[in-house]
Design a binder for this molecule. Structure first.
Ligand code: NAP
Length: 334
C-alpha cells in the first residue's frame, strides 16, 4: 500500500522532506502541499500533487492519508488538533507546540482519540551514532550515567528572524529530548548561564549554557552556540561510573593541502542528519500505514516544551527552575 501524504509548510525543511518523500523513500507519495505562501507551495509541489489553499483543507482531503507538518512552531497546535480530529497520522517537526497549555491540549485530544497518531521530528533518535551511544549506556557495562555533555553549534542563523528566546525555545528542544532519551529519565530542573556574548550575533544572547538536572541527580550541560561560522557541530559525551562514551567524529575524507590536514565539517543539519531524517520517515511511514505512530511522541514534545519554558524562566530569575509534569497517559508507555 502506498501512503498518500500532504505536506504543510514548504520552507527549508518542508522542501527537504518533500525531496526525501518523493526521491528517496518508497511506499509513499506526496499528494498535497500547502503553505501560507501559495506561490512557494505551487513552485515546490511535486508532479501530481494538489496545492491546497489552507492547511485545514489539506488535512480534510480524501486524497491525504497522513500529514507532515513543517510550518513554523506557533501554527502546529491547530494543525495537530485538526489531524487528530480527522484521525490521520501526523509527523510534526519540532517544536511540537510552543506552550505548555498547547501541549496539554494536543495530548488530551490524542488520549481521547485512544491511540497514538503523532510522531515528533526529534531526528537525533534515528541517527546511528546516537543509537550506538544509547546502546552502550543501556548495556550498563560502564555503570550508571552521571553526567552528559551536549554541544549544539550552528554556523549561523537567519538575521532578524532568530530571536534571543529561540536558542531556548526552538533549539534546546533537540538537546532536551536526546538527553531524556539517552539517560532514560525526565528533567527535574533547569538553570541557564549566559557567557560573554559573541560579537557575531549582534543583540542575540549567544552562546548560552543550560544545565539540566535529571530526576536521578545526573546533570546535563548543554552548550548552544548559533553563530560559530565554521559549520554545524553536534557533540555528545556521557560520563558513567567507570568510563565515558562519546559520539564519534563523523568519518569524512581527509584533505591534505597547503592549509594542512583537515576533514570537512557539515554545513548544516540537512547534511549532518541526512540518514537520520530518512530513517525517521521510514519508521513514520510504516506506522502511519497502520493508522498509528511510533518514535518520539506527544509526551516527548510536551516534556521538551516544559524544559524550554523552564529555561526561559531561568534566564530571567538566574536560579534553578523546576520542571513538573502531569501524569503520563498510558498510550505513551511502550
Ligand atoms: P521556514 O523555512 O520558515 O518554513 C516554514 C514554512 O511554513 C514557510 O514557508 C512559512 O511561510 C510556512 N507557514 C507558516 N505558517 C504556516 C501555516 N499556518 N500554514 C502553512 N504554512 C505555514 O522554516 P523551516 O526552517 O523549514 O522550519 C519549519 C519547522 O521545522 C519549524 O518548526 C522548525 O523548528 C522545524 N525545523 C526542524 C529541524 C530539525 O532538525 N528537525 C530543522 C529545521 C527546522 P512564511 O515563510 O510565509 O511564514
Amino acid at each position: 500500500m502506498t501512503l498518500r501524504v500532504g505536506v504543510i509548510g514548504t520552507g527549508m525543511i518542508g522542501q527537504d522532506h518533500i525531496r526525501r518523500l518523493t526521491k528517496v523513500l518508497s511506499g509513499v507519495t506526496v499528494t498535497g502541499v500547502s503553505d501560507i505562501d501559495a506561490t512557494r507551495a505551487a513552485s515546490v509541489a511535486p508532479a501530481g500533487a494538489q496545492v491546497f489553499a489552507t492547511a485545514q483543507d489539506l488535512i480534510g482531503s480524501d486524497s491525504v492519508d497522513g500529514v507532515v507538518i513543517c510550518s513554523w512552531g506557533p501554527s502546529h497546535e491547530d494543525q495537530l488538533l485538526a489531524c487528530i480530529a480527522a484521525g490521520k497520522p501526523v509527523f510534526c517537526e519540532k517544536p511540537l507546540v510552543t506552550s505548555q497549555a498547547a501541549a496539554l491540549k494536543v495530548m488530551a485530544a490524542e488520549v481521547a482519540f485512544g491511540r497514538r497518531l503523532v510522531q515528533v521530528g526529534f531526528m537525533r533518535r534515528f541517527d546511528a551514532d546516537y543509537r550506538r551511544l544509547k546502546a552502550v549506556i543501556d548495556a550498563g557495562t560502564l555503570g550508571a550515567p552521571l553526567m552528559y555533555k551536549s554541544v549544539h553549534r550552528n554556523a549561523s542563523v537567519p538575521e532578524g528572524l532568530y530571536t534571543s528566546e529561540m536558542p531556548l525555545n526552538d533549539t534546546l528542544v533537540h538537546d532536551a529530548d536526546i538527553s531524556r532519551w539517552l539517560l532514560g529519565e525526565e528533567v527535574a530542573g533547569v538553570e541557564v548561564r549566559v557567557p560573554r556574548r559573541s560579537s557575531r550575533g549582534g543583540d542575540l544572547r549567544d552562546p548560552v549554557v543550560v544545565l539540566l538536572t535529571m530526576r536521578s541527580g545526573a546533570i546535563v550541560d548543554v552548550e548552544i552556540s548559533v553563530n560559530v561560522a565554521y559549520g554545524y557541530d553536534i557533540r555528545g559525551e556521557v560520563s558513567c561510573e567507570t568510563g565515558i562514551a562519546a559520539l564519534p567524529n563523523r568519518p569524512a575524507t581527509v584533505i591534505t593541502d597547503q592549509f594542512g590536514i583537515r576533514q570537512a565539517i557539515p554545513e548544516d543539519w540537512r547534511e549532518r542528519f541526512i540518514e537520520a531524517y530518512d530513517q525517521e520517515f521510514r519508521e513514520w511511514i510504516a506506522a502511519a500505514g497502520q493508522g498509528t505512530a511510533t518514535g518520539p511522541s506527544t509526551w516527548d514534545g510536551y516534556a521538551a516544551t516544559l524544559v524550554a519554558d523552564a529555561a526561559l524562566r531561568a534566564v530571567e530569575t538566574g536560579g534553578s527552575e523546576p520542571v513538573s509534569m502531569c501524569e503520563k497517559p498510558s498510550i505513551y508507555f511502550s
